[in-house]
Design a protein around this ligand. Structure first.
Ligand SMILES: O=c1ccn([C@@H]2O[C@H](COP(=O)(O)OP(=O)(O)O[C@H]3O[C@H](CO)[C@@H](O)[C@H](O)[C@H]3O)[C@@H](O)[C@H]2O)c(=O)[nH]1
Length: 475
């Protein structure tokens, strides 16, 4: 009998790839006879270190079958795109013929029950549809921002101004009012190429057979209900079924640095350390790094801080290429490392975040609000200070602070700069105040709810079972 397969199509950045791989593992845990094929896009630039990650996953889980698609060559006009989202969209658009070939080749030996795409890969939907393969989305951020993207074509039609110039609140069903300037960064500027791509991709959601979301019912009940009640799409456009199956988070650690920082944490008192880490891509200017150092020093709190080299143009940036380790002494204020050595540790470039958040000594997390980080923090029961940098992270901050109430806001000036005084104030508030205590209690309650959602009979397990039964039946 022909073997049955699911094909997963992640977007290249590691944050998205990791979530998709976790989805593959989850499917295998509950349906081991399915074969999971994962299409790996090869961008023309050197991407963050996905190669070693893929090698280690393949070695440990041979039932996850990786297909490396041929390298994309971008026309010179696009290769110099200022914006990493535009670059990703263009690469994925050029990838479509390779996706077509891969699906054809897999279907020679397997019966493909579902093609599951990342949001960025939405234009691959037509490729699968042409081959009569049912297409699903796996949305790697939360339900609130999904509501925002489903509603985006309506937001677009309601105005002819750029969101950055609107200076108003955007009312999205199921979501607290979002200041227009806090909408996802790439859609703030109407004339930007990324805006067009996001608009086009948002319009693909309703054409799919279903949307899988990395969230859970009790974390985002309002947004999930608004989506499934069809409130985020125009009346005449039906909403596909939604499957909140999260929280799906990584369980692995992070190489050699694990030992150093976990050992250091072992020597710190329970719940006393604030962890600062800004995702796989976040970069700060030299000035901002110095300001953070001053804020941490003045706060008197214990800290574990992951520091990367600033971007070339010395503003807030995004690392799409592999990072070299920073020279901490020259980067941070004079004597900072010495003065704080008894209560602080600075880690270069990367820390094993999941292990750190789950360490007993960690009591708070200053995060860029990337969705994986949010879920990892919830699963570890660690409250946050929300310091968004790029993508949909400012939107997430509003949701985390105002709706879910598990984070305090880090407030920046208009140009995005955060003062040492603000860092000091928020870190103290998080670690040592009644406000901090109140969000800590709520986060711990969500930690329990997260486990319950994944248990037998829990909301996420039920949604996953429904999906897997569907995939076992069709065709
Ligand atoms: O030093 C580090 C830095 C990161 N991580 C891990 O890397 C992942 C980072 O993921 P996430 O927090 O989601 O941030 P990004 O990498 O920035 O993720 C992108 O993808 C997310 C999911 O779609 C979006 O929510 C973000 O805005 C987008 O930037 C997490 O698993 C972290 O544990 C580490 O282990 N160590």
């Amino acid at each position: 009998m022909e073997e049955v397969a699911i094909v997963l199509y992640p977007s290249p950045p590691i944050g998205h790839l990791v979530s998709m791989v976790e989805l593959g593992k989850l499917i295998l845990t509950h349906h081991p006879s399915l074969r999971i094929h994962i299409l790996i896009t090869t961008p023309p630039y050197r991407a963050d270190d996905t190669a070693s990650y893929i090698t280690s996953v393949s070695a440990t889980i041979p039932s996850l079958i990786f297909h490396h698609l041929p390298t994309i060559s971008l026309p010179p006009s696009l290769a110099s795109s200022p914006n990493h989202e535009t670059l990703t969209f263009e690469v994925l658009l050029l990838n479509n013929p390779y996706v077509h070939q891969a699906l054809l080749s897999i279907s020679h030996n397997f019966s493909i029950k579902a093609f599951v795409m990342d949001f960025f890969c939405a234009l691959g939907l037509s490729v699968a549809t042409d081959l009569s393969i049912p297409s699903y989305f796996f949305y790697t951020s939360g339900a609130a921002t999904l509501a925002g993207f489903l509603y985006f074509p309506t937001t677009h039609n309601n105005t002819d101004k750029s969101l950055k110039d609107l200076n108003t609140l955007i009312n999205i069903p199921g979501v607290p009012p979002i200041p227009s300037s806090d909408m996802p960064k790439p859609i703030l500027e109407r004339n930007d190429k990324a805006y067009e791509h996001f608009l086009e991709n948002s319009k693909q959601f309703p054409k799919s057979a279903g949307i899988i979301i990395n969230t859970f019912e009790s974390l985002e009940p309002r947004a999930l209900k608004a989506i499934s009640d069809g409130l985020c799409l125009p009346e005449d456009v039906p909403t596909p079924p939604i499957y909140p199956i999260g929280p799906l988070i990584v369980s692995h650690g992070g190489g050699g640095r694990e030992v150093e920082c976990l050992k250091w944490l072992d020597s710190q008192p329970s719940g006393s350390v604030v962890f600062l880490c800004f995702g796989s891509l976040g970069l700060f200017s030299k000035e901002q790094l110095k300001e953070i150092a001053m804020g941490l020093e003045n706060s008197g709190q214990r800290f574990l801080w992951v520091v990367r080299n600033p971007p070339a143009q010395n503003q807030i940036g995004v690392a799409i290429t592999e990072q070299s380790d920073p020279e901490l002494k020259s980067l941070l204020s004079d004597g900072f490392l010495d003065r704080t050595k008894d209560r602080g540790l600075v880690v270069k470039t990367w820390a094993p975040q999941v292990a750190v958040l789950n360490h007993d000594s960690v009591g708070g997390f200053v995060s860029h609000c990337g969705w994986n980080s949010v879920l990892e923090s919830v699963c570890a029961g660690v409250p946050m200070v929300a310091w968004p940098l790029y993508a949909e992270q400012r939107f997430n901050r509003v949701v985390l602070v105002e709706e879910i109430k598990i984070a305090l806001p880090m407030n920046e000036s208009e140009d995005g700069f955060v003062s040492a005084a603000e860092v000091e104030k928020r870190v103290i508030e998080l670690m040592d105040s009644s406000e901090g205590e109140s969000i800590r209690k709520r986060t711990k309650a969500f930690q329990n709810e997260a486990h319950a959602a994944l248990d037998e009979g829990g909301s996420s397990r039920v949604a996953l079972t429904e999906l897997l039964e569907l995939w076992s039946q069709t065709g």
